[in-house]
Design a protein around this ligand. Sequence first.
Ligand code: ASP
Length: 323
Amino acid sequence: MKKLLLGLTAALAMTASAQAQSKYPERPITMIVPFAAGGPTDIIARIVGENMSKTLGQQIVVENVAGAGGTTGITRALTAAPDGYTIAMGHLGTFSAAPATYPGLKYDPINGMQTIGLAGGTPILIVAKKNFEPKDLKEFVAYVKANSDKVNEAHAGLGSVSWTTCTLLKGQLGVPKLNSVAYRGTGPALNDLVSGQIDFMCDQIVSVSEQVKAGTIKAYAIASAQRSPALPDVPTTKEAGLPEYQIEAWNGIAAPKGMPKEAVDKLVDALDKALNDETVKKRLLDLGTVLPTKEERTPAGFAALIKRDADKLSPVLAAAPKQ
Ligand code: ASP
């Protein structure tokens, strides 16, 4: 009898804990965007987050925590309680480039976080203010080389995607230093590019594609193997004469390590459903986003991508000038 009672108590306790868990999420989830509003990370977070909220039955609230190339916001997110109520939209910069850029970084994207999945591939464009002198990529290369003391370049802080991808570009051009202006995200940087206060930047297609189409800025090339269906008139770097400049960026979701498996599974499922939603797909594709494969939408697939790019970028970035 005593045994039976003990067995019953254990069974009841198990059911109670299963019920408690299956209630996730019981309140809104904060998604930290580590850059200012209006940039690619913010745009993707809001499009995907809105749909994920529907699946989860709780609001995903986007919070912009900008600074230090995105590492301030990601540090905040990854040091929060691992309960599934704080997640982050990071990218190639914060997850693969930052560790090599900041020796004292307070988080470890490879061993110290829970990946959820990739939200979107974001090709890189070299964009300039619309009346910037060089007419095409070849002229741009020659101009930057000849005028490195006066050309202004915008980026979203050390270790950001714009900084990382332009650092690679400058390395290839043999002009490691330009006048760099750091912003809290490429949303605000884009405003200054449109108004002509900045000469050029390298950025993710998502926020610049509309401006390129509207003619308020110009794009010299896309650093991908193929042209983007969202901007079919913009040549690839290979077509435009700089074939060695190839780099793909991306945005994806991660959370503090140690989260309950159930919360991970629900977030992974909500992300997958968002990326299968026709409206979400159209909005992302119209902006030039590349939809992630099934594998890339999984925690393991996303973790493999982060590691692959960290391995690729680390040696180059560790040696690059930090400006
Ligand atoms: N695209 C940005 C970067 O350069 C950040 C942002 O999303 O605003 O890292």
